[in-house]
Design a protein around this ligand. Structure first.
Ligand code: AN0
Ligand code: CP
Length: 315
């Protein structure tokens, strides 16, 4: 594997999940694979899980890691084309990315959707500059439209817990006070569809995901109907794609609660975290035995490790 940007970079999803589960059982079996190799982890946005789990995964493989919070610790970087750089940005990605690439063997980068322009976000203009100028493999640690490391851990968690070959997996929109990217939702649909699950997406009108992520799926606007017979409930907020970046609904009747969970087939509750309690999900549900959010977050280490192992083997 060269870059890790979306599910299409993974040669075989079943094999990749099997590898992640094997690494979970045997974390130190490949401690020399990354010897004398260095990974740079670059963050344009905050992170708890992605930063720690990816760094830990790299360390498990014997790699060195360098973490940079761009903008806070380094120079502010210009990302636009043909800009007269008379503002607060000291350096362009065109120089910064190949320089960083010269110091390391793999670059991880987190750069959320900015909601300034749908075309720029959905064109992945920043990520493309990284893959174009780095000269080394690039791992997306959440870009404008996808969060593949998260989705890999999500599918791994479902594989660990499922009781049917093709479980019913429901992605439900839930309310949040701020505008959040569609990346987690987009990726989740992409990966769970590829895994062969029965995928249902439910949200209020106006929150339809981009058509390229919904191919073959129809949105269900009735949340309770969607929840019936579900094996997994995956909650996430996202801002509108059509009215790009806007918060159209704050209706707390979409919060996942125990009454709605009771409609399911003893479903497990999932969320990528960080989660706002009693907005996205009630305390009662997230504190119940149905919630697998900690297992899901812990699996980030093993899925990241599988990704880095596949990249290191092809360096
Ligand atoms: C981010 C998002 O929704 O994309 C990161 C989630 C992993 N969430 C927040 O900013 C709260
Ligand atoms: N789920 C996830 O990516 O969490 P962080 O934003 O804390 O990295």
């Amino acid at each position: 594997m060269r870059h890790f940007i979306s599910v299409s970079d993974v040669p075989d999803l079943q094999e990749a999940v099997a590898l992640a589960r094997e690494l979970k059982r045997n974390p130190h079996g490949f401690a020399r694979l990354g010897q004398n190799k260095t990974m740079a982890l670059l963050f344009f946005n905050p992170s708890l899980r992605t930063r720690l789990s990816t760094q830990k995964a790299a360390m498990n493989l014997g790699m060195h890691t360098m973490v940079l919070n761009i903008g806070e610790e380094g120079w502010k970087l210009e990302t636009g084309t043909g800009v007269v750089m008379d503002g607060d940005k000291a350096e362009h990605l065109k120089e910064a990315v190949p320089v960083i690439g010269s110091y390391c063997d793999i670059i991880g980068v987190r750069s959320f959707a900015r909601f300034e322009s749908r075309e720029e976000d959905y064109g992945e203009t920043i990520l493309k500059q990284f893959t174009g100028y780095a000269g080394v493999p690039v791992v997306s640690m959440e870009a404008a439209t996808r969060h593949p490391l998260q989705s890999f851990a999500d599918v791994m968690t479902i594989e660990e817990l499922k009781t049917r070959k093709s479980p019913k997996v429901v992605l439900t929109w839930a309310p949040h006070p701020r505008a959040l990217p569609q990346a987690v939702a987009n990726s989740f649909v992409e990966w769970t569809t590829r895994a062969g699950y029965e995928v249902v997406v439910t949200h209020p009108e106006g929150y339809e995901l981009a058509p390229e992520f919904m191919s073959g799926l129809k949105a269900e606007y009735d949340q309770e109907k969607a929840f019936r017979e579900a094996d997994f409930i995956y909650a996430k907020n996202w801002a509108s794609y059509q009215s790009y970046g806007q918060v159209l609904c704050r209706d707390r009747s979409w919060t996942v609660d125990a009454r709605k969970m009771a409609l399911t087939c003893d479903a497990r509750f999932m969320h990528c975290l960080p989660v706002r309690r009693n907005m996205i999900v009630t305390d009662e549900v997230i504190d119940s035995n149905a919630s697998v959010v900690i297992q899901e977050a812990a699996n980030r280490e093993w899925s990241a490790m599988a990704v880095l192992k596949m990249i290191l083997e092809d360096l």
